[in-house]
Design a protein around this ligand. Structure first.
Ligand code: SF4
Length: 421
């Protein structure tokens, strides 16, 4: 029997899908990249953006055609599924399974091999990469930001036992993994027994072996001096941080229910840069939040000029039904949202280029992650993309998953160019 898996969403959804693959392969399903030959199709979805929901709905016709050809085909939807969307999705899928119940896939498919427990995170995943792994440390969220559906689909925060996380990371390092991403909706509020997030970082940092530790997502209200100290003294914890501010205006932040001010955020960045001068920063932004005025948007633009980000993930606000923000009037026009997005991107392009130029002439360590012809790509500790060419005669040498030293010779806003040392 063959299965095909489709993932729409964030790193957490990809990590969830690696556990789904493990469950299916334990009951002897074989993965296929060809949807036409699958007996089972699993979709792991994200509900955060309406576009992901639309993409899942867009599968209806495809599934109907596939089922016409293969009457035994079964389809499962899992991941972040809003309760109110279940009715619509049940018209497309045979089963909808809560991600916490993914061990029940085996029961549903009538093979009762895996013992059922409540903790789906203890499933050993079928990692999709041989050198970079995502390790969930917590799931759920208690914050209820006004625009977000996560607390409704993932429910309240649950932290994974420290022992279990350390065991998983140790095994990965033994297998030769070079990059470990610690994942959670709000990693900074991790708490298991007496272990908080900085203590967890320190414990993982002590695991012997050469590897990098990265983490996401962070909430500015919970990101504190203790985390900064853990990164600064860690060694394996990389000097890269995504700290989503969402807006540079206090009133908008209050409307978003974010529980920090622009001043709080800037103070944290100041401390971070003082303790870790090499830190590179990215953020997440929503432009055109209901009621965001031109003046309030100008504050976000000014924040971009002040902070000088290396990267930003800018989203135009779109309503998600079921959230508090959906009760507000989506009163910023699409054209104005696009203008705001473009204006931020222009500032970002300049600051990212300025920051990247500082790397020119430096020798950096890069974890190689992909290859296109003679062009190879990787990331520095600071999460900068680096492109380099294979040396003559080495075009086929497989460097993927290896650390190499490179000399940076040029910079663009989104990429560094390098030569093999
Ligand atoms: S912190 Fe806010 S944006 Fe992040 S998952 Fe929780 S509710 Fe959503």
């Amino acid at each position: 029997m063959k299965y095909h898996i489709i993932v729409y969403g964030c790193q957490m959804n990809f990590s969830d899908s690696e556990r789904v693959c493990a469950v299916l392969e334990n009951i002897r399903y074989k993965k296929t990249s060809n949807i036409n030959e699958a007996d089972l199709i699993v979709v792991t979805m994200c509900s955060v953006r309406q576009s992901a929901v639309d993409r899942v709905q867009g599968l209806t016709e495809k599934f109907e055609k596939l089922k016409y050809k293969n009457h035994k085909l079964q389809t499962i939807l899992t991941g972040c599924v809003l309760k109110k969307d279940r009715k619509i999705f049940l018209e497309i899928f045979d089963y909808i399974i809560d991600i916490k119940d993914i061990k029940k896939i085996s029961e549903i498919l009538n093979k009762k091999i895996i013992k059922n427990t409540d903790n789906y995170l203890d499933i050993t995943p079928k990692y999709s990469s041989k050198f970079s792994a995502s390790v969930p440390i917590m799931t759920g969220c208690n914050n209820f930001c006004a625009y977000c559906v996560v607390p409704y689909v993932r429910e309240r925060e649950i932290s994974r036992p420290t022992k279990e996380i350390v065991f998983e990371v140790k095994n990965l390092v033994k297998k030769g993994y070079k990059e470990i991403w610690l994942l959670g909706q709000n990693v900074n509020s991790y708490k298991s027994g007496k272990t908080n997030f900085p203590a967890l970082l320190k414990t993982i940092n002590k695991i012997p072996g050469k590897f990098w530790i990265r983490f996401t997502s962070s909430h500015p209200k919970d990101f504190n001096s203790e985390v900064i100290a853990a990164i600064a003294t860690g060694g394996k914890i990389t000097p890269y941080l995504n700290l989503p501010i969402q807006s540079g205006d206090d009133k908008v932040l209050k409307n978003m229910n974010r529980h920090y001010t622009v001043k709080d955020y800037k103070n944290k960045i100041k401390e971070l840069r003082k303790k870790i001068p090499a830190i590179c920063l990215s953020t997440d932004i929503i432009v055109g939040y209901p009621g965001e005025t031109k003046k309030q948007f100008e504050n976000t633009l000014q924040l971009f000029r002040d902070i000088k980000y290396d990267m930003a993930y800018i989203n135009k606000y779109s309503e998600r039904k079921g959230t508090a923000a959906a009760k507000l009037k989506d009163n910023v026009s699409v054209v104005e949202k696009k203008r705001r997005e473009k204006a931020l991107n222009e500032v970002l392009k300049q600051t990212a280029l300025e920051n990247n130029k500082k790397f020119v002439g430096r020798e950096v360590e890069v974890l190689v992650d992909s290859k296109k012809g003679s062009r190879q790509f990787g990331r520095t500790k600071e999460y900068k993309i680096v492109e380099f060419n294979s040396l003559a005669g080495q075009a086929n040498k497989n460097l993927i998953g290896k650390f190499i030293k490179l000399k940076i010779v040029d910079a663009t806003p989104w990429k560094l160019k390098a030569k093999i040392k």
